[in-house]
Design a protein around this ligand. Structure first.
Ligand code: SME
Length: 160
């Protein structure tokens, strides 16, 4: 099953347009993406607070609450301010296993004013679930979401 990212982008816009509560916007963004992106078992935000990523709105099984910056897939993506797409989490040195069902993962840092303030983490039970095309489209959705957040609050550091 493929994901209709154009439709997803329109649905995201409709869900968050005109809203000013950042927590509500984030919760709905996570709910929408989890419902519409196929073959995933976990999707959520980790929020950068001091030197830790702290669990934010998510869908899926309960997950680790704190990830130190630089650790795991999430902490590495946040520290390097670069998306990480791993086809097999077992081959990622330092991967933090929250759900043993997860096999592949993509982590997209969210940045405002040149600083990472959160990451979007998506896990799949399928090996190599996320293609280069998925990465491009998920990065685009994330950027759209960040632009909306930034239009509500200019400083997104510890945004919720
Ligand atoms: N696998 C992540 C931890 C978060 S869970 O997947 C929800 C990591 O290595 O950073």
């Amino acid at each position: 099953m493929t994901t209709d990212y154009d439709l997803l982008d329109k649905q995201l816009e409709a869900l968050i347009d005109g809203e000013t509560d950042l927590l509500a916007m984030s919760a709905n963004m996570v709910g929408l993406l989890f419902a519409e992106i196929s073959d995933i078992n976990w999707l959520g935000l980790y929020l950068l607070r001091a030197d830790d990523l702290v669990l934010g709105p998510f869908q899926g099984n309960p997950a680790c609450v704190r990830i130190p910056l630089g650790q795991g897939v999430c902490g590495t993506a946040a520290r390097n301010a670069q998306t990480i797409r791993t086809d097999d989490v077992h081959t990622f040195d330092g991967h933090i296993a929250c759900d043993p069902a997860s096999r592949s993962e993509i982590v997209v840092p969210l940045q405002a004013r040149g600083k990472v303030f959160a990451v979007l983490d998506i896990d799949s039970p399928q090996k190599a679930r996320f293609s280069q095309e998925d990465q491009v489209r998920i990065e685009k959705l994330s950027l759209h979401f960040v632009q909306r957040l930034a239009s509500v609050k200019s400083d997104l550091n510890e945004f919720i």
